[in-house]
Design a protein around this ligand. Structure first.
Ligand code: ADP
Ligand code: MG
Length: 213
């Protein structure tokens, strides 16, 4: 398919799911296939993610590929070569909303952009720019891990240390996190939030009824 930017049509792909679901593995698989097709590929990750290696992108089963750590979304554009046809971005949930502008710009330039990241944090809240990315994506793959408690498919990330539950971002590995199915994830805060939400709603209804009386 042709467009105005050098003959190739850009696109946005999103790979999402909980920790340990194979997002990095899948990103590396797609990138390797692009390399077999002799397309120039560049991979980026947020510098905050230095769990395994400062620059390499490494999966939990030790697949790895060379990447460039960046502190901001804009640095992706600054580091981009003219010849690059495919851009992979791992742990994309850690970027701020500027990443949306960058992803759109890359795809308009005819680049295939493969984004991998957590769809939800440990509380089950959509993570950072992921909801918008899912909207603008041409292709979405949501994958599951295996629940560490029961062995069923897992869509949630469970944080093991309740003491640290105030921060959304706490970079860690299986020392801190586990993949869980919805039943064994069972984040208690959700019940509290729900009770507070319904209590607030009930108060609002009660108040509006009182004023109309
Ligand atoms: P992600 O990037 O989604 O965190 P990775 O691609 O780094 O995941 O790692 C996926 C690999 O993690 C699997 O192929 C498997 O070898 C390993 N793994 C460890 N724990 C689990 C789990 N609970 N469920 C699935 N895979 C797991
Ligand atoms: Mg990963």
């Amino acid at each position: 398919m042709n467009n105005f930017h050098g003959g190739l049509s850009g696109c946005v792909e999103v790979i999402c799911g909980p920790m340990f679901s194979g997002k990095t593995e899948e990103l590396i698989r797609r990138v390797r296939r692009a390399q077999i097709a002799r397309q120039k590929v560049q991979i980026f990750k947020p510098a905050i993610d230095d769990r395994y290696h400062e620059t390499d992108i490494v999966s939990h089963n030790s697949l790895k590929i060379e990447g460039t750590p960046v502190n901001t979304a804009a640095e992706i554009l600054e580091n981009l070569y003219d010849s690059t046809r495919v851009v992979g971005i791992d742990e994309i949930q850690f970027f701020d909303e500027d990443i949306i502008i960058v992803v759109k710009k890359l795809s308009r330039r005819g680049i295939r952009v493969i984004c991998a990241g957590l769809d939800q944090d440990f509380r089950g809240t959509p993570f950072g720019p992921i909801p918008t990315l899912l909207c603008i994506a041409d292709r979405i793959e949501k994958i599951q891990a295996i629940c560490t408690v029961c062995g069923n498919a897992a869509s949630r990330t469970y944080r093991k240390d309740p003491e640290s539950n105030s921060d959304q971002v706490l970079v860690g590995e299986n020392d801190l996190y586990e993949a869980r199915c919805a039943i064994h994830w069972n984040y208690d805060q959700e019940d509290e939030d729900l009770r507070a939400y319904f209590a607030l709603k009930k108060n609002m209804v009660d108040e509006s009824q009182t004023t109309t009386l």
